[in-house]
Design a binder for this molecule. Sequence first.
Ligand code: SF4
Ligand code: SF4
Length: 123
Amino acid sequence: MSNMAQLKENIKTFETDAPVTEEEEKALYKIADSLKKGVPCTACRYCTTACPKGLDIPHLLYLYNEYLFTDGGIIAKLGISAVPEDKKPSTCISCGKCERLCPQVIPVSLAFREFTEKLKEDQ
Ligand code: SF4
Ligand code: SF4
């Protein structure tokens, strides 16, 4: 949770203990399956000040997820083309500083390496 609105929403969700319906369960499994393809970045931005390359890590991870969820769709490609050359995922030096701060334990440098490879293959 990153703000008060999200906190209130979560409290509301857990106020009732009604089980999920069969339909809701199916929808949840579908979402869970799609999440397996990406990284669970919450855009908390705890990591960003640590990056020696000044990368906008959550934005790049958002584009990476978008790329995976849409099998390399247009939004991710447009998004990455708008990122300056010196701020693209390929400039990550795998120092691991962001990863040590990430509460979601996201392997950021690996994700950026994979994203870079996928973008290259896609050219
Ligand atoms: S691993 Fe990459 S993204 Fe993370 S802090 Fe180092 S240079 Fe930045
Ligand atoms: S610390 Fe982790 S979850 Fe938070 S913005 Fe950075 S990569 Fe995403």
